[in-house]
Design a protein around this ligand. Structure first.
Ligand code: NAD
Ligand code: MG
Length: 394
C-alpha cells in the first residue's frame, strides 16, 4: 500500500468537505486531513480541527483570524492558522499537503483550484465552476504541474471509471458518446406555470442528494447539468455533440459511456458522494467509503427519460454557451451565480434565473480565454451586467 496521503480539504465545512472528512476518518492508516479551510464558519471549522487535528487551518475572511485563533486555543487545538483568500491558495501550494480536495463553491474556488493543478499534486475536483470558467487554463496548469486530476462530481467520476485508463483520447478509445445522467431535480415533470411561485426552500429540497444550497438550486433549474456538460467537455476533451443528458430520477446510474461497438458502460451506486470521493482519494486502489451496498432488487425498476429543455432552459443555455466557445461558459457561470444568489434571498423568481443568464450571454459576446486576469475581469463584468438586469427587473 502507498504511504499516507496528506490532504487539504478546501471548503471543509461544506457538504463535500464533510463527506470527504468522513472518508478520511475511516482510513487513518492511509489518509490525513492536514489542511482545513472555510469561508466564514469559525465554529464549524474549529469543531472539525478538534476532530481531525490538521497542521493548518485557514479562514477565508481575514477579519475572522483572531476569533479563529482564540477559539482553536480554547478548544486545545494547536495548529498553524492563516487567513484570507490568498492564504488558501498558498496552503494548496505549500508542503503540508500532497492532495487537494477542491470543494469551495463557485468562482471563489478558481485560484486555489488552479494552484493545486500547477503544484503537481493530486487534484480531486468538486468545484465544477472553476473548470467551467477556466477549462483551458486549468488543463494547461495541470500539464505544467504534471499532477493528476480525478473528478469528484459523481457523473464525471462515473465516466472516469467507465473509460479505459481514466482520461484517454476518446476517438482512439472507440467512445461514441458520454451520457450524463440527471435526477431531474425536485421539479421534474412540472410545467412552467407550476414553477412560477417556487420558494428557495422548495428548490433546495433535492429528492436524492443532500448538498449545499447553490448546487441544490442549480440542480432544480438543471443548470447543474449544464455546468456538468461543460465540465465533461473539458475533462474528457469531448465535443458538445458527443455529450448527451439523460434524466434518471433514482440517481443510481451515475453516468454512462457508449462505445462504437454498441457497448454501454455505466457506473452504479447509491446516491452518496462518499463513493466518488473515496474512489478519487484511493485511486487506483479501492477503499470502503461507508456507503451501503446497492440493492437493485429493492429498487425494482430504473426509469429514464429525455430532459424537458423548454421548461428547464438553463440546460439549453449551457449547451449554447459551450457551442459559442471562448469565455461564454465563464459568462454563463457568473450570471448564474448572481441570479441564484438573488433567488435564494427572495429577490428573483425561480423561472427568471434563466432569463438573467440569457440576457447576460446576449449582452457579452464571447471573447477568447487568455489568462486568469482577463477572465476574472470578464467574470466581474458579467456579474455587474447580471446585477443591473436584476435591478431593472425589480
Ligand atoms: P457548500 O455550500 O456545502 O460548501 C461550500 C464550502 O466552500 C464551505 O466550506 C464554505 O465555507 C466554502 N466557501 C464558500 N465561499 C467561499 C469563499 N468565498 N472562499 C473560501 N471558501 C468558501 O457546497 P457543496 O455542496 O459542498 O459544493 C462544493 C462544490 O462541490 C461546488 O462547486 C459544487 O458544485 C460541487 N459539488 C457538490 C456536490 C454535493 O453533493 N454537494 C456534488 C458534486 C459537486
Ligand atoms: Mg454532479
Amino acid at each position: 500500500m502507498s504511504s499516507i496521503r496528506h490532504i487539504a480539504v478546501l471548503g471543509a465545512t461544506g457538504s463535500i468537505g464533510g463527506n470527504t472528512l468522513d472518508v478520511i476518518a475511516r482510513h487513518p492508516e492511509r489518509f490525513r486531513a492536514s489542511v482545513l479551510t472555510a469561508h466564514r464558519q469559525v465554529d464549524p471549522l474549529v469543531a472539525l480541527c478538534a476532530q481531525h487535528r490538521p497542521a493548518l487551518a485557514v479562514i477565508g475572511d481575514s477579519a475572522l483570524e483572531g476569533e479563529l485563533a482564540r477559539k482553536l486555543a480554547a478548544a486545545g487545538v494547536h495548529c498553524d492558522i492563516a487567513a484570507g483568500h490568498d492564504a488558501i491558495t498558498a496552503a494548496v501550494s505549500g508542503n503540508r499537503c500532497d492532495t487537494v480536495v477542491a470543494a469551495i463553491v463557485g468562482a471563489a474556488g478558481l485560484d486555489s483550484t488552479l494552484a493545486a493543478a500547477r503544484s503537481g499534486k493530486r487534484l480531486l475536483l468538486a468545484n465544477k465552476e472553476s473548470i467551467v470558467m477556466a477549462g483551458p487554463l486549468l488543463l494547461a496548469a495541470l500539464q505544467e504541474g504534471g499532477g493528476e486530476l480525478i473528478p469528484v462530481d459523481s457523473e464525471h467520476n462515473a465516466i472516469f471509471q467507465c473509460l479505459p485508463g481514466g482520461r484517454p483520447n476518446l476517438g482512439q478509445s472507440g467512445v461514441r458518446r458520454l451520457i450524463l445522467t440527471a435526477s431531474g431535480g425536485p421539479f421534474r415533470g412540472r410545467t412552467r406555470a407550476e414553477l412560477s411561485a417556487i420558494t428557495p426552500d422548495q428548490a433546495c429540497k433535492h429528492p436524492n442528494w443532500v448538498m449545499g444550497r447553490k448546487i441544490s438550486v442549480d440542480s432544480a433549474t438543471l443548470m447543474n447539468k449544464g455546468l456538468e456538460v461543460i465540465e465533461a467537455h473539458h475533462l474528457f476533451n469531448a465535443s458538445a455533440d458527443m455529450i448527451d443528458v439523460l434524466v434518471h430520477p433514482q440517481s443510481l446510474v451515475h453516468s454512462l459511456v457508449e462505445y462504437i461497438d454498441g457497448s454501454v458502460l455505466a457506473q452504479l451506486g447509491n446516491p452518496d458522494m462518499r463513493t466518488a470521493i473515496a474512489h478519487a482519494l484511493a485511486w487506483p486502489e479501492r477503499v470502503d467509503a461507508g456507503v451501503a451496498p446497492l440493492d437493485l432488487a429493492a429498487h425494482a425498476a430504473l426509469h429514464f427519460e429525455a430532459p424537458d429543455l423548454p421548461t428547464f432552459r438553463c440546460l439549453a443555455l449551457a449547451f449554447q454557451a459551450l457551442r459559442a466557445g471562448g469565455d461564454a461558459p465563464a459568462i454563463l457561470n457568473a450570471a448564474n451565480e448572481v441570479a441564484v444568489e438573488a433567488f435564494l434571498t427572495g429577490a428573483l423568481p425561480f423561472l427568471s434565473i434563466a432569463d438573467v443568464v440569457e440576457s447576460v450571454l446576449t449582452e457579452l459576446p464571447p471573447q477568447a480565454v487568455v489568462d486568469v486576469q482577463s477572465l476574472t475581469e470578464r467574470d466581474r463584468t458579467a456579474r455587474e451586467a447580471a446585477r443591473r438586469i436584476l435591478r431593472n427587473a425589480c
